[in-house]
Design a protein around this ligand. Structure first.
Ligand SMILES: Cc1ncc(COP(=O)(O)O)c(C=O)c1O
Length: 381
């Protein structure tokens, strides 16, 4: 298989194993049995390839795809995906028509936004699907939980043009060691949602659980869940790692394209931040921060090559990175692994995140559009 994959690209690639995504989705279903699933595919499906991952998850039977913005939702529609799509982020009033024409569900976070949507829906003679966002402590978007009834009442008044599919909220710290704030958020959310019972009205679906909550807070599963990072095979933080085994779906690869000997005392790359302490053998990989291999990995990163682990030397450039192979051997065309497995060695997005002082989410979403995505194990192939 190894030889086959490297024949599929020339320079660098993000190879996504769809069998891993299927495994991770099964884990979501085990942890949240019977719940509807909104599979989060925003930010290019966390770097894995928006349209292909969206199509795959739709085929696998998820109920909804979760985008952040209308542009992402439209890309999914252009790819021929017809299942419901929710956008979780804010939108401009000039985009409302696009939502309606393409049957994209709105996240509505204020009474003003609801009124604008209702007016446009009347113009289009349509009844549109909305999800009402309640802020229970994330303090990003959403109507404050204590005022949420104002938004619910406005939606009821606009019922001719507004169909409230769900009420939702988002956890700020379900991935932290201490879950007390997450429990408080859940309590606030359920209290706000009890408006419907108190007024003997049919209750919309309720949803709040992200990956961390799916893995750690069973009471928060409610009617629908919104897994993101776990679908791609990573844990939101170390606190859920013992729960289940997830399979990282993406490997980031590049081919050796230059070999050289660096003479003792020579400095490498921009700024000469690494100087050879003795003559050494090095290879140059045609990949850099323009591909999402962060400049922060200069003199820190490691790659796997011919089953061994070698250090990045000097500054990572936009398009190229130099690797010290010591007394090792490498030839042009050999495959280097920046994220993934080779032999017994493995480098994960968590490893890179630790070196960079960030989280696996940022490492994965940072792999740029310039890097071709290759998909393995699509059952419909
Ligand atoms: C509104 C919303 N729901 C769900 C998710 C998925 O979160 P996770 O990737 O931690 O599962 C996100 C991601 O940031 C989000 O913004």
């Amino acid at each position: 298989m190894k030889e086959n994959i490297s024949q599929l690209y020339h320079r660098a690639a993000a190879v996504v194993d769809l069998a891993c995504i299927r495994h991770n989705l099964r884990v979501v279903r085990q942890k949240a049995p019977g719940r509807k699933i909104i599979a989060m595919v925003k930010a290019n499906a966390y770097g894995h390839g928006l349209a292909q991952i969206g199509a795959h998850l739709a085929t696998e039977g998820v109920d909804y795809l979760g985008a952040a913005f209308i542009e992402e939702a439209l890309e999914l529609r252009r790819a021929g995906i017809s299942i419901p799509i929710i956008t979780s982020g804010p939108f401009s009033k000039f985009q409302i028509g696009l939502f309606i024409e393409n049957q994209i569900d709105f996240t509505v976070a204020s009474v003003d936004a609801l009124q604008l949507i209702s007016e446009s829906a009347a113009f289009y003679k349509k009844r549109v699907n909305v999800h009402l966002k309640v802020d229970t402590g994330m303090m990003r978007i959403g109507i404050r939980y204590s005022n949420a009834h104002q938004l619910f009442e406005a939606a009821l008044k606009a019922e001719k043009h507004i169909n409230v599919v769900s009420l939702f909220s988002h956890f700020a710290s379900a991935d932290s060691e201490d879950l007390s704030f997450a429990h408080l958020q859940l309590e606030r959310f359920l209290e706000a949602a009890s408006f419907y019972e108190r007024h003997r009205l049919p209750k919309p679906l309720l949803q709040i659980a992200n990956s961390a909550a799916i893995l750690r807070i069973p009471e928060s599963l409610l009617d629908m869940v919104r897994p993101g990072i776990m679908l791609y095979g990573y844990h939101p933080s170390k606190y859920s790692e013992a729960e289940v085994q997830l399979l990282p779906a993406l490997s980031f690869r590049a081919k050796v394209m230059y070999f050289k000997v660096i003479l003792k005392g020579s400095a490498v790359s921009y700024g000469g931040t690494w100087t050879a302490p003795k003559n050494c053998r090095a290879v140059t990989l045609p990949v850099g921060y323009g591909d999402g291999y962060s400049r922060g990995l200069s003199n820190k990163g490691q790659v796997l090559l011919n089953g061994r682990r070698y250090p990045v030397i000097g500054t990572v450039c936009m398009d190229q990175t130099v690797v010290n192979i010591g007394d090792g051997e490498a030839f042009n065309g050999d495959e280097a692994i920046l994220i993934g497995k080779q032999g017994d060695e493995v480098i994960t997005a968590d490893d890179l995140a630790a070196q960079l002082g960030t989280i696996n989410y940022e490492v994965l979403t940072g792999i740029s559009q310039r890097v071709p995505r290759i998909f393995l194990n699509n059952v419909s192939n």
